[in-house]
Write a protein that binds this ligand. Structure first.
Ligand code: URA
Length: 209
């Protein structure tokens, strides 16, 4: 699928493996998620345009290049997406951040919004949706629809791990969205956990297991 990019850099794979391990502690897990996010984002902005800029170094006048008109916004899907925000803001410290909270209705299994706080000018921003585990893809697909409804034109999804089912859901609903992953795993189990995955990303980030 040409909209899906698995970042197979050795450091990403090394840190993802540490994240997966049961014995990895909460504080270590947070650090790895932060680092992986920064590396996924690094790849995701590879095709952004740059423009020439005249600068002065301590030695001479020079021509440099800077990222063109880039005002990113990072939108975390609560709660696990919060763990990805520090890594993203590290690369773009001046970026804005938004938050989307969704839960799954018990009977219909349809995602229901309980929180949405986005920058007012989001339609003009370069938007990155942060959802570490793309399991069924239902929440991410719904969050993308919310962003599109808010007028966002440029949306990239960053996830640590996806199941094939999650990818299929996004590709079916949003064929124009690029997805950057550290791993495409094997499957979902009967409880909709990704296999082999890393367990519940929110619990592992916040020590609530
Ligand atoms: N959410 C998680 O945190 N982990 C999974 O495996 C699936 C969904």
């Amino acid at each position: 699928m040409e909209q899906v990019f698995v970042v197979d850099h050795p450091l990403v794979q090394h840190m993802l493996t540490q994240c997966r391990r049961t014995e990895t502690k909460t504080w270590q897990f947070r650090g790895f998620v932060e680092e992986i996010t920064a590396m996924l984002l690094y790849e995701a902005v590879r095709d952004r345009e740059t423009v020439e800029k005249d600068i002065i170094t301590p030695v001479a006048a020079a021509k440099g290049r800077i990222v063109k008109d880039s005002e990113p916004v990072f939108v975390a899907v609560l709660r696990a997406g919060l763990g990805m925000v520090p890594g993203a803001l590290r690369l773009f410290p001046y970026a804005r951040a938004g938050h989307i909270g969704l839960y799954r209705d018990h009977d219909t299994h349809v995602p229901v919004e309980y929180y949405c706080n986005l920058p007012p000018n989001i339609s003009e921003l370069d938007c990155f949706l942060l959802e570490p585990m793309l399991a069924t893809g239902g929440s991410a697909a719904h969050a993308i629809s919310m962003l599109k409804k808010a007028g966002v034109k440029n949306i990239t999804l960053l996830s640590l791990i996806a199941a094939p089912e999650g990818i299929e859901a996004i590709v079916a609903d949003h064929p124009n969205i690029k997805i950057y992953l550290a791993s495409l795993d094997e499957k979902l189990n009967e409880n909709a956990y990704i296999v082999p995955g890393l367990g519940d990303a929110g619990d592992r980030l916040f020590g609530t297991t």
